[in-house]
Ligand binder design. Structure first.
Ligand SMILES: Cc1cc2nc3c(=O)[nH]c(=O)nc-3n(C[C@H](O)[C@H](O)[C@H](O)COP(=O)(O)OP(=O)(O)OC[C@H]3O[C@@H](n4cnc5c(N)ncnc54)[C@H](O)[C@@H]3O)c2cc1C
Length: 321
């Protein structure tokens, strides 16, 4: 049986949400295969406490410690994970989708001569086979991936953000701690990690999110949606074109290269529903879309849809409210 090992990424003493996506995948994997879930954490003795909230949510936590592992360093992390995996025979190593994972996952695959599959957003079991699902060609094609001799060899996966919901399970954890020495020649020195400036609003914490897309057309339509957000006690967020147009700041972008939101209500205004957007909002409790194109893909993930020009519907809604 393959051991599933989730690599836990952290920054400024916090576990990244992408690692929880990877844990959500691991739970799904456990349901399908019955295998145990382990987490791999690289850190220092001083910072190991931040992983307490993984305790009793997975079967095993491997804590590998050295002061130099406190923050991500590509060469050190690569070496330590590689050495750790050398002691394992058959495993599934899983990363949440981050730029660091994009660096580590393929590098490890090359160094260990094992396959890597990136951007996984689904998994299914048919008969005795497990297939992974991911998009190709910018979301136009959805493909199933079957790995030859899957049971016999290790594999590395990266998980598309927002694709798997993490709902904590209670599992007694065994904690395996190891302090290691690190003596490798580095070519890269990380000078400092700089924290992003504090955000005006955190769209991931809002109960009501009003997402605007290119369909808003013009900045002059912004006051109308701002008023709607105010009246609904919600916050404005946007698709990438809405951010690129400068209508909203970057920290309000929803999607694969933005944030994942799970509000009680997601109101999508003039958003087509490209998969890069959908992965960031599809787990919202209630999704209502307004789009004048009846074939817009956003309607396939919406609970309710209005096929109409948003510049007619929003003023009507405001009037009602
Ligand atoms: C690597 C990569 C990462 C990406 N990351 C993200 C990401 O994080 N988030 C993201 O959102 N996108 C992301 N994208 C872009 C993504 O592929 C889409 O291009 C984008 O989501 C489309 O945004 P949109 O729906 O606002 O615009 P469009 O696709 O142009 O859709 C506009 C919609 O508005 C409708 N419309 C037009 N006028 C009106 C009107 N008056 N009333 C009602 N409806 C109207 C149209 O029918 C259409 O469906 C990424 C792309 C790549 C390649």
């Amino acid at each position: 049986m393959k051991e599933i090992i989730v690599f836990i990424e952290h920054r400024f003493s916090e576990i990244l949400s992408n690692s929880f996506d990877a844990l959500g995948f691991a739970y799904k994997w456990q349901e399908l295969s019955g295998s145990e879930i382990s987490c791999l954490v690289l850190t220092s003795e001083e910072k190991k406490g931040i992983f307490n909230n993984l305790k009793d949510a997975v079967n095993k936590i491997y804590l590998i410690k050295n002061k130099l592992l406190e923050d991500y360093h590509p060469e050190l992390y690569l070496k330590v994970i590689k050495d750790f995996l050398k002691e394992k025979e058959n495993y599934l190593l899983v990363f949440g989708q981050t730029s660091n994972a994009y660096e580590l996952a393929p590098s490890l695959a090359v160094e260990l001569s094992i396959p890597v599959v990136t951007d996984i957003n689904g998994i299914e079991k048919t008969n005795d086979e497990i297939n992974f699902i991911r998009y190709f060609y910018g979301g136009k094609v959805c493909g199933k991936i079957e790995i030859n001799e899957f049971d016999k060899k290790p594999l590395i996966l990266t998980i598309q953000s927002g694709s798997f919901k993490f709902e904590r399970k209670e599992i007694n954890s065994e904690i395996i701690e190891k302090e290691i020495s690190l003596d490798i020649e580095k070519n890269i020195d990380i000078l400092e990690y700089i924290k992003e400036e504090a955000e005006e609003v955190d769209i991931t914490k809002a109960d009501i999110v009003i997402g605007i897309g290119r369909g808003l057309r013009d900045k002059k339509n912004l006051p109308m949606v701002e008023e709607l957000a105010k009246k609904l006690n919600g916050v404005l967020a946007g698709s990438r074109p809405a951010i690129d147009a400068g209508w909203l700041s970057k920290d309000r972008q929803v999607g694969s290269s933005g944030k994942t939101v799970k509000p009680k209500l997601y109101l999508a205004l003039g958003i087509s529903g490209a998969f890069q957007h959908i992965v960031g909002m599809k787990n919202s409790d209630l999704i209502i879309a307004i789009n004048k194109d009846p074939n817009a893909p956003i309607f396939s993930v919406s609970h309710y849809g209005i096929v109409e020009d948003l510049t007619k519907i929003v003023p009507a809604l405001l009037k009602k409210l």
